[in-house]
Design a protein around this ligand. Structure first.
Ligand SMILES: NC(=O)CC[C@H](N)C(=O)O
Length: 221
């Protein structure tokens, strides 16, 4: 699978996700700087990694969403290239308008950094193919702006159209309807607050993240 990881100033999970992609897909991703205007040809997956792009200045992801490379990412997404935004990457996707809603300060006003239980919802096939619908999994979270918000009509639409991909199975950050991950209408863009790239091998304390990348790999085959 040919993939790319976008690197912003302040990204801190770009190398972790690059290692995960190389490990699972057998092919190292291209690392693309935020100031670049073009992406490599033939990409099947673009990852916006976790971190603190531009120091979370203004709002988390707000400055990164306006980076030169985001025009190319938006064009690729429009062509159906899969885009995965993890944590800060999810914040960038909402700020860029590629996903609905916004990520606000956690309800408890604390930085939450621990493994959490999640339920995999049906739908969003490519991104959830590695799991059984309704399956309970564990992934780490590490964020202060993870509380997903959207107006009631948008939330209803997300539910009806099967766009809720992952839900917290325990209280974490006050997200509306416990939403931890959403996809766009086409199911080709996923924003996910937990970190699958930090649950790839047993030494990470769990391997449930590995199956997200394995599922994507099989979906592309
Ligand atoms: N791990 C991350 O990507 C952190 C995301 C974001 N800067 C926050 O803390 O909300």
């Amino acid at each position: 699978m040919k993939s790319a990881v976008i690197v912003f100033p302040g990204s801190n999970c770009d190398r972790d996700v690059a290692v995960a992609l190389r490990d699972v897909t057998g092919r190292a991703p291209a690392m693309v700087w935020h100031g670049d205007h073009d992406l490599p040809d033939g990409l099947e997956l673009i990852v916006l990694p976790g971190g603190f792009s531009h120091g979370d200045y203004l709002r988390s992801g707000a400055v990164a969403a306006r980076a030169p490379v985001m025009r190319a990412v938006t064009n690729a997404a429009a062509r159906g290239v899969r885009v995965l935004g993890i944590c800060n990457g999810f914040q960038v996707l909402t700020e860029a308008g590629l996903l609905p809603g916004a990520l606000m300060r956690n309800a408890g006003l604390n930085f939450v950094c621990r493994h959490v239980a999640l339920r995999v919802e049906a739908g969003a096939a490519a991104f959830t193919r590695g799991y059984a619908p309704g399956e309970l999994i564990q992934l780490p979270v590490a964020h202060h702006d993870g509380s997903y918000v959207a107006d009631a009509a948008t939330l209803d639409r997300l539910e009806q159209q099967g766009q809720v991909a992952f839900r917290y199975a325990e209280p974490v950050n006050g997200s509306a309807r416990d939403i931890a991950g959403v996809v766009n209408e086409a199911g080709t863009v996923l924003g996910l607050m937990p970190h699958p790239e930090r649950a790839i091998e047993a030494a990470h304390g769990g391997t449930d993240g590995r199956r997200l990348f394995e599922g994507l790999l099989h979906a592309m085959a």
